[in-house]
Ligand binder design. Structure first.
Ligand code: ZN
Length: 234
């Protein structure tokens, strides 16, 4: 004989245990998501920093190139005075004009590259902010999960102790059978009878099963194997 009340209590405790365990498992997953977010933003920031480095190098190269070309133009100018022929003078003049034209293009490119650098600097600052925000969020999540975990673990221990107490009241021969299914299925080891149907699989129960349930005999659903009980409100 096992009372419906005892079975219902067992079911309630199993449901509580599963819920507490799933909440305990959710914590590390939430932390992992926040960690991933920090990682993603950090990678984006490193990429922006790399881009900035490359842009600065390229800009520095152009500026060096410009200084070299300007020096060459100066050099050509000093040579103008020493020209032996008009033709040589003209050739030098043309070369100087061409070089100055090229330098002017280079100057524009340098200005453009400096604008680009300003934008990337801005991007790096934004990425920095995102990393900081994500790190703060991660810290919050870690604290929250740690606090919750303590509470949930305390609650779980309490409910598990309650389960043992109730299980200890089960008749010995039935207890082994119950433990086998409880260990394998947890909260899905028991189900209430709903009308004349199994609450686990919705299979109709035969009159003999209904009769045995009324007599407080342990009845397992022939279809899904759950231990059935008549819930209090029925
Ligand atoms: Zn069933």
């Amino acid at each position: 004989m096992v009372s419906a009340e005892t079975l219902q209590t067992l079911h309630r405790i199993h449901i509580q245990i599963s819920e507490l365990r799933s909440r305990l498992e959710r914590g590390p997953r939430v932390v992992a998501i926040a960690e991933k977010s920090v990682q993603t933003f950090t990678t984006a920031r490193e990429q922006a920093k790399e881009e900035l480095k490359r842009a600065r190098m390229k800009s520095d190269e152009k500026q060096l190139q410009l200084r070299q070309r300007e020096a060459r133009v100066e050099d050509l100018r000093t040579k103008l005075n020493g020209c032996a022929s008009n033709r040589e003078f003209q050739t030098l003049k043309e070369q100087i004009a061409a070089d100055e034209q090229a330098n002017s293009v280079l100057e524009d490119e340098i200005l453009e590259s400096l604008d680009g650098i300003d934008q990337i600097v801005q991007q790096v600052a934004e990425r920095d902010q995102q990393v900081n925000n994500a790190q703060r969020e991660l810290e919050d999540v870690r604290n929250r999960v740690a606090n919750e975990r303590d509470g949930l673990q305390g609650e779980l221990s309490r409910v598990e102790a309650e389960l043992q107490q109730v299980e200890a009241t089960l008749p010995g021969d039935f207890r082994a059978e119950y433990k086998r299914i409880a260990n394998a299925r947890g909260e899905e080891s028991l189900a209430p009878v709903e009308g004349e149907f199994c609450g686990g699989c919705n299979q109709k129960l035969n009159p003999q099963m209904m009769n045995e349930l009324m007599l407080s005999k342990p009845v397992f659903c022939k279809s899904c194997g759950v231990l059935l009980y008549v819930p209090e409100e029925s």
